[in-house]
Design a protein around this ligand. Structure first.
Ligand code: FMN
Ligand code: SF4
Length: 449
């Protein structure tokens, strides 16, 4: 039986449980509002006032043509007011057919004003980024892949040719130039969560210019960054990447997650070949490439929300298409924190933002402070916690402590809703979403699951 975090009500109970699990997680007993989390940090010539980063959190709620809607603006305003020094804006497609859903944002020339007004919802001294994406095998309605996968069914998906990737790289550069025009400080050339550029990182068997060795598998990134440096030299470039991956998981006979295949698995970037182990040699080499490209801001994450959500967003309650956690979710949190710490130690000049902290709930500030204080990451990314409790950073930084009733309890409704064609949002805790009709549909859905 996995204990809920809320039941680990003292620091001793929390650390004793970590010991029982046999995992190491840095944690400070006392959080100092003026301590490590409040210390400014210089990134690429700009100063971030504190160590909290609002992670990209899309809502499946843009307009049909890809502009920000009122729901998007509401989310950005709330996140902006929450006090994180960096706001890493959500996944935004570089072209319409690269969207993961029909309501994902798209950066097109005629939308620059809309994106400029989105940026203006954040404070001028907040560092604002936009995550550029092509959803690859998750693109709707027409999935496109970097290579054929041995386990994921994709026989009917077209494989991008090298020439098509050349064209796509130019579209990334166009989108980056538009983001600069809209007033964003950086763009993220997204390489995570099973989307196209993450898939390119594991395109070991792909022939041609964009596969094979690490140089081939990072050619796309290098082409895009070179293009941005020429077209929008003032724009900073960041990268969010899945530092390791596992074999796809599925629901086992007792609903617990299990690997879909037990054979050796060579398609996991940052994997050790077993399908469920980590080897950071390539991710470290990838960070060398990022440093050579002058990239000073990197966000780490893991796996994919579609094929192995427990390593990507550790949760107590699975989304409707997920499975019961095959491990205590704290193991997943610790796995990401340990891997990030190793990458940060080997790349001290890069500002690395860690992810996967929301599951820590009450203990998030304690772990976050210890991680920053011991150099395990430069900054702490907050995903689901920002949806549930957008003022979390300012409550911690202004010494108010956390409001237990506002904490994200990893109910996964923000994932279940979009998986069933609804907009995302924190249905259990945000009164605005609680009152929407979708909430009733979600309750029904969960009853029948
Ligand atoms: C509803 C939802 C939307 C998300 N949208 C994005 C996104 O647009 N881009 C991205 O890189 N990650 C996205 N993520 C992943 C989060 O940024 C984050 O990595 C993940 O939730 C784990 O961090 P946490 O434990 O703080 O939630 C999303 C996650 C959720 C639950
Ligand atoms: S729906 Fe709310 S409480 Fe549930 S995981 Fe998402 S942010 Fe957390």
């Amino acid at each position: 039986m996995i204990p809920k975090i809320a039941s680990l009500s003292t620091f001793e109970a929390f650390t004793t449980h970590l010991e029982r699990l046999g995992i190491e997680l840095p944690a400070d007993e006392h959080v100092d509002a003026a301590g490590a989390l409040a210390s400014p940090i210089e990134i690429d010539g700009r100063v971030a006032a504190n160590r909290f980063v609002a992670l990209p959190m899309e809502g499946w709620d843009g307009t049909d043509d890809g502009r920000p809607s009122d729901l998007v603006r509401r989310r950005w305003s709330r996140i902006g007011a929450g006090g994180a020094s960096v706001v890493w804006g959500e996944a935004t497609a570089v072209r319409s057919d690269g969207r993961a859903n029909a309501n994902q944002l798209v950066l097109r020339p005629e939308f620059v004003e809309d994106f400029a007004s989105l940026r203006s919802l954040l404070a001028p001294d907040q560092i604002a980024g936009l995550q550029l994406t092509h959803s690859g095998r998750y693109a709707k309605p027409t999935p496109r892949v970097a290579y054929r996968h041995p386990i994921l069914a994709d026989d009917d998906h077209a494989v991008f040719t090298d020439d098509e990737l050349d064209e796509l790289a130019a579209q990334y550069v166009d989108a980056a130039a538009l983001a600069a025009e809209a007033g964003f400080d950086f763009v993220d050339v997204k390489h995570c969560h099973g989307y196209l550029l993450h898939e390119l990182l594991s395109a070991y068997d792909r022939r041609g210019r964009y596969g094979g060795d690490l140089s081939g598998r990072t050619r796309f990134l290098r082409t895009v960054v070179d293009g941005i440096r020429t077209r929008a030299p003032e724009l900073r470039v960041a990268v969010r990447f899945s530092m390791f991956d596992f074999v796809p998981f599925r629901k086992g006979p007792d609903e617990t997650g299990e690997p879909r295949d037990s054979a050796p698995y060579r398609h996991a970037f940052g994997g050790d070949g077993s399908g469920t182990g980590v080897d950071l040699s390539e991710p470290n080499a990838f960070l060398d490439v990022l440093e050579e490209l002058g990239i000073e801001l990197v966000c780490t994450t893991a796996g994919s929300p579609y094929t192995n959500p427990h390593i990507q967003r550790p949760a107590y309650f699975p989304p409707s298409d997920g499975y019961l956690p095959p491990e205590d979710p704290l193991v997943g949190v610790a796995r990401q924190i340990a891997a990030t710490a190793e990458l940060q130690r080997r790349h001290p000049k890069v500002a690395i933002v860690g992810s996967g902290y929301s599951y820590l709930q009450e203990w998030l500030p304690h772990v976050a402070q210890a991680v920053v204080r011991t150099g395990g990451a430069s900054m702490i990314g907050l995903g689901r916690m920002m949806l549930a409790y957008p003022s979390f950073p300012s409550d911690v930084l202004e010494g108010r402590g956390t409001n237990r009733r506002a904490l994200c309890r990893t109910f996964s409704d923000c994932t279940t809703a979009p998986r069933n064609g609804m907009i995302s949002g924190c249905y259990p805790l945000d009164p605005f979403y609680k009152e929407r009709d979708e909430r009733k549909r979600l309750v029904q859905l969960k009853k029948h699951n």
